[in-house]
Design a protein around this ligand. Structure first.
Ligand code: GSH
Length: 207
């Protein structure tokens, strides 16, 4: 049994959807905070940063959402969430997951939590503004990429689509919302139809 430590609506969404999509036998563990807003020490021993997600697979403890996505894809190859190793599609999957995490997800963190990225008490707003502009460039570029194909990696649904779904949802508070971009919207709706995504949304109590 795999155990996914999660908080609803966070970076645990994509790994959770992946577990559901591949038909894994998994249990969810909600990560809570103590009275001082700290993560329990038992959780910190699994994930020293106190962040979600964390996956336990036997005695393997895996942090980092992208690593977890690739691990799930490799554990359940018949589900096709990761293209076969050595193929062009597999290389594209590496590229997209890396880009979506290191570039786009990181920019979201600047946008959501600008105060973490400055020691200047008056500096947060400028960081948020710049992050918002950078997010807009990412959204526009991804929207252009999706103009000619239904899935992020050409051919079929992969973990990159689940990851992008999560990021598009995070962008619903952008002005205009990320899913107002036509190709992103079509992609979001397409991924939304997947049974694993529906199950993840239900289990996390999300609309
Ligand atoms: N590099 C990590 C980042 C995960 C991350 O940023 N998680 C956020 C939720 S989306 C979190 O746990 N935030 C709580 C905190 O930082 O205290 C990953 O990709 O798994």
């Amino acid at each position: 049994m795999l155990r996914l430590h999660y908080i609803p609506g966070t970076a645990a969404m994509a790994p959770h959807a992946a577990l559901a999509e591949v038909g894994a036998d998994y249990a969810l563990v909600l990560v809570e905070e103590d009275d001082r807003g700290q993560r329990p020490s038992a959780y910190l021993s699994l994930n020293p940063w106190g962040q979600v997600p964390t996956l336990q697979d036997g005695d393997l403890v895996l942090t980092e959402a992208v690593a977890i996505m690739l691990h799930i894809a490799d554990r359940f190859p018949e589900a096709g969430l990761g293209a076969p190793v050595g193929t062009r599609a597999r290389s594209e999957l590496y590229r997209w997951l890396s880009y979506l995490s290191y570039a786009v997800q990181t920019t979201y963190m600047h946008w959501f939590y600008p105060e973490r990225f400055t020691t200047d008490p008056d500096g947060a707003e400028a960081i948020r503004d710049r992050a918002s502009a950078t997010l807009r460039r990412h959204i526009d570029w991804i929207d252009g990429e999706l103009a000619t194909r239904p899935w992020v990696v050409d051919g079929s649904l992969t973990g990159a689509d689940l990851f992008l779904f999560m990021l598009t949802r995070w962008g619903r508070f952008q002005e205009p919302p990320a899913w107002d971009s036509p190709n992103l919207r079509t992609h979001f709706d397409r991924v939304l139809q997947r049974p694993g995504v529906q199950r993840m949304l239900t289990e996390q109590g999300l609309e």
